[in-house]
Design a protein around this ligand. Structure first.
Ligand code: ACO
Length: 426
């Protein structure tokens, strides 16, 4: 695999260090720096901007061209022709399913949708006004206390059972978080419904009245799941891989991913977008917020703009924007005041030099928040829905990690603290 070499000279070191350079199937070459530690050197890369932490064959991103491929398939084509559960199969297995494989996969997911009845009591320990992400992170971690029979991480069958359990139970848990917060009884999953339909039923149905889903909204929901399914080595996925590298059980690893996703610089951005739009309040205030976003002395950032990897339009954002238009037209709410602010903000940012020079485009979260609001999902559930969707990405990467020889993740540091000194009482 190493058909090229990099050569490194370091002041004070006589030898030239030769490092192998690997070429993947596509994307930038990678310099293997593992030999440096034997020369008394570490690499330094805060934020991992230049570091490939692993080898992976699940997802490919070209941020400059705005390309996202799962198993080689462009996200736009998957969004147009596929559905969330099919993409789940693809991420887990590397290939699209045949019709027979898809049928078995969907049936197996449906067979795992209920959570252990004992888990319902777990919710009672939370305040009703707890943030649903706080409940989600705890309840998903607690799954490890309920499903002992699939925790052997070295057993491929156990890993597969865990994947099914997580894909199937996340919508149930997410909807339970919501129902708990509004004081309504939990809705059991309905296995005759499609994945997205079932989620909306558990969110908005109640025992007194059947919930009938609007197909446009169910399709939009499925698309939101699909577009968030995986995004290679982002902060939460890297967290799951790192937690998994210690041999921790999969439910605990996914809980660590949920925690990493929660922050506003990552999955918390969709909630932060809506909060920001509410804060702006009126189109007349937009200029002031744009001014603040551009001020280097002000920490305020336009939520839903910019991306570490994409220096171009996020391909998911393009599909999301189209879905956003479909949903708003279906619901007849094109004149929503927050939406007007969002559209104006998008226009200004796309034309403003500051954003153009820094290649700051609206990201997927800018539009997903608007769609979720239109569907009737409360703002504090937005990141929960992201977590639900991303679970397949996390579990696929976790599974990939355990399917081949691996090492515990253990970064080093550039130490800048005091050197050795003797203890003296202060
Ligand atoms: N608003 C205003 N300025 C911004 C923004 C923004 N949203 N994002 C980046 N910038 C500016 C920075 O201030 C910096 O300017 P400078 O060169 O004058 O110092 C420049 O653009 C580069 O920004 P970095 O912070 O170096 O970019 P980084 O890759 O570290 O950050 C991030 C990426 C965290 C996504 C950032 O763009 C951001 O905070 N965006 C808002 C939050 C958001 O929408 N997050 C969702 C990401 S998508 C996802 O997780 C699915």
């Amino acid at each position: 695999m190493a058909d090229k070499k990099a050569r490194l000279t370091v002041d004070g070191l006589e030898e030239v260090i030769e490092l192998p350079v690997y070429t993947g199937t596509t994307g930038p070459d990678v310099v293997d720096v593992r030999a440096l530690t034997s020369k008394g050197l570490f690499t330094y890369d805060p934020g991992f901007v230049s570091t490939a932490a692993c080898e992976s064959s699940i997802t490919y991103i070209d941020g400059t061209k705005g390309v996202l491929l799962h198993g080689g398939y462009p996200i736009e084509q998957l969004a147009e022709n596929s559905d969330y559960l099919e993409v789940c199969f693809l991420l887990l297995n590397g290939e699209l399913p045949t019709p027979e494989q898809k049928e078995v996969f969907v049936k197996t997911v449906k067979n795992h949708t209920m959570v252990h009845e004992q888990m319902t009591h777990f919710f009672n320990g939370f305040r009703r006004d707890a943030h649903p992400m706080a409940i989600m992170v705890a309840v998903v971690g607690a799954l490890s206390a309920f499903y002992h029979d699939s925790l052997d991480i070295d057993d491929a069958h156990h890993r597969e059972v865990c994947a099914f359990r997580l894909i199937a139970k996340m919508p149930t848990i997410a909807a339970m978080c919501y129902k708990y917060s509004i004081g309504q009884p939990f809705q059991y999953p309905r296995n005759e419904l499609d994945y997205a339909d079932n989620f909306l039923q558990m969110m908005f149905g109640n025992p007194c009245q059947d919930y009938v889903t609007n197909p446009v909204l169910a399709k939009a929901m499925d698309r939101i799941f699909l577009l968030h399914a995986d995004h290679e080595q982002n902060a939460s996925t890297s967290t799951v891989r790192l937690a998994g590298s210690s041999g921790a059980n999969p439910f605990a690893c996914i809980a660590s991913g949920i925690a990493a996703l929660w922050g506003p610089a990552h999955g918390g951005a969709n909630e932060a977008v809506l909060t920001m739009l509410q804060e702006i309040g009126d189109e007349s205030n937009i200029d002031e917020f744009i001014k603040r976003a551009k001020d280097p002395e002000d920490s305020f950032r336009l939520m839903g703009f910019g991306h570490r990897v994409y220096r171009n339009f996020d391909p998911r954002a393009k599909v999301m924007k189209q879905t956003c238009d479909e949903v708003l037209a279906e619901l007849g709410i094109e004149n929503d005041p927050l939406l007007k602010i969002a559209k104006r903000l998008e226009q200004i940012a796309l034309e403003d030099d500051y954003f153009i020079q820094r290649k700051l485009y609206p990201n997927v979260d800018f539009y997903s928040g608007i769609i979720l609001k239109a569907i009737g999902i409360p703002t504090n559930m937005f990141t929960v829905i992201f977590a639900l969707s991303r679970t397949i990405g996390w579990i696929s990467h976790w599974s990939e990690f355990h399917s081949s020889p691996n090492k515990i993740g253990r970064p080093r540091q550039l130490y800048t603290g005091p050197t050795k000194r003797d203890y003296e009482k202060k």
